[in-house]
Design a protein around this ligand. Sequence first.
Ligand SMILES: *Cc1c(COP(=O)(O)O)cnc(C)c1O
Length: 387
Amino acid sequence: MYLETKLVQAGVGRDQTTGAVSFPVYNATAYRHPAQGQSTGFDYTRTANPTREVLELAIAEAESGDAGFACASGMAAIHTVMGLFSQGDHLIVSLDLYGGTYRLFEQVLSRYGLCFSYVDLRDLQAFEQAIRPDSKAVLVETPTNPLMQITNIQAVSEIAKRHGLLTLVDNTFMTPYFQRPLELGANLVLHSATKYLGGHNDVLAGLIVTKGKELSEKVRFLHNSIGAVLGPNDCWLLLRGMKTLALRMERHQSNALAIARKLQEHPAVAEVFYPGLEAQEGFDIQSKQASGYSGMVSFRVRFPEQVGPFLESLNIVSFAESLGGVESLCTYPATQTHADIPQEVREYVGVCDRLLRLSVGIEHPEDLIADLCQALDASLVARECIR
Ligand SMILES: *Cc1c(COP(=O)(O)O)cnc(C)c1O
């Protein structure tokens, strides 16, 4: 069965008492035991909940994994997975990383004795050299946020496996519709389901998918023990969003490609980053390991003074901090998503004060292009005035 069909059919026919096509929300936190030593499969909602189970089965199947776990947010999912590691363990992490993940690692988990090295994982030699005797895992974000750098998942997984490391992939930007890291050798996939999987800028959620029985059982234990699980109403919302994932991703992608091409031609723009541009570094790897390029486009304007007037001139595209929803958003990483990364680190990575990030929505492409172009024009005019 194709992924589109699996996602649409998730939960259909599962509620045998009523036949409800949309699987119901089970708000009950407690479940009656039929007799001593017996269970319906549901005892207490932190451990298992019927609505959450439908969602967890759906994401596990979509990612070609063995088990899925729904968490209260993407950060809750990452924190839960970090429970696999112990004091003194070392992890290697993508250099250009989601700011919240960097903050969790450096300001929270480092105090628990975990240690992180940030490496440009496009450079496989640099990755292998960063591996130490106490290294336990590598965490890959590809494409990276916001610079869209592409890491070869299969090559990283092979090196990791040779050294006894787990490969964890944050697949938020691509979703299983375009990229399935577990099929490329990764052991575990993470999602901020708040983004494309939810898809409507209205639910905060995280997902974990594991490959293999042993790892799945370890994460099941952590998920229940830590308890940062997703509530049943949010599980239902997320499942509803995921049913239209395929349709949305196709439109996000075609809109993003049209916008990336248009931005490249605009005199107010210095550089465009989109994995679907043939001239983009990593285009070949991306085209091999994924079936698409998703809907995130970053670009640099020519002068920092353009940023304010550009953002203030946008009408349809909202200046807001998130991504992956049907509505187009524009983010300024330097002061928003990446504000907790020290300026030297940020600038070294390339997240400079001229960089803007677009989450291209599913509106009509011509309306989006017109809005972006008029705001870019205004940013140039304003810059001339300032000078
Ligand atoms: C947003 C995001 C997260 C964090 O997820 P939340 O749902 O906001 O907690 C993690 N990784 C990536 C790549 C993200 O974009």
